[in-house]
Design a protein around this ligand. Structure first.
Ligand SMILES: NC(=O)c1ccc[n+]([C@@H]2O[C@H](COP(=O)([O-])OP(=O)(O)OC[C@H]3O[C@@H](n4cnc5c(N)ncnc54)[C@H](O)[C@@H]3O)[C@@H](O)[C@H]2O)c1
Length: 108
């Protein structure tokens, strides 16, 4: 648990899944924190690392560029997970009629 005293320093946030939810959170939280993002899609990772958005959203892209927000991406979870204060999972939710809901994709 992070105390108020530590909130003054930049928090390291790992976001898993660089889709519409993950990228929006990365840009929002990246204004004041250190944000890293992990995605299984290599093309997505390469786009983010070259400063390009994997999702279509002009407002988000302009905000990202205008505010010079730094986001580092990887397709290797272990490269960031141990060194993060918070982890946010924003991968697709697999819905199963039988099991109601499961998260098989997280194993990927
Ligand atoms: N988009 C919305 O408006 C919205 C609203 C409410 C809830 N949600 C929920 O939020 C979650 C994310 O939605 P989204 O729209 O951002 O999805 P998305 O399909 O746009 O993005 C998901 C990303 O996760 C990546 N991914 C898949 N499996 C992965 C894994 N095992 N490890 C790392 N990355 C992985 C994919 O490559 C993709 O880039 C879903 O569970 C969705 O149901 C979305």
């Amino acid at each position: 648990m992070i105390g108020l005293k530590n909130m003054k320093k930049k928090i390291k946030i790992l976001i898993i899944g660089a889709g519409y939810v993950g990228m929006s959170l990365a840009i929002l939280l990246g204004q004041k924190n250190i944000v890293r993002i992990v995605d299984t899609n290599k093309k997505t990772v390469d786009l983010i690392n070259s400063g390009k958005s994997p999702i279509k959203d002009d407002f988000l892209i302009n905000f990202w560029i205008k505010n010079k927000i730094k986001i580092k991406a990887s397709n290797k979870m272990h490269s960031f997970v141990k060194d993060s204060d918070f982890v946010i999972i924003s991968t697709p939710t697999n819905y199963s009629e039988e099991k109601n809901c499961h998260h098989k994709r997280l194993k990927g």
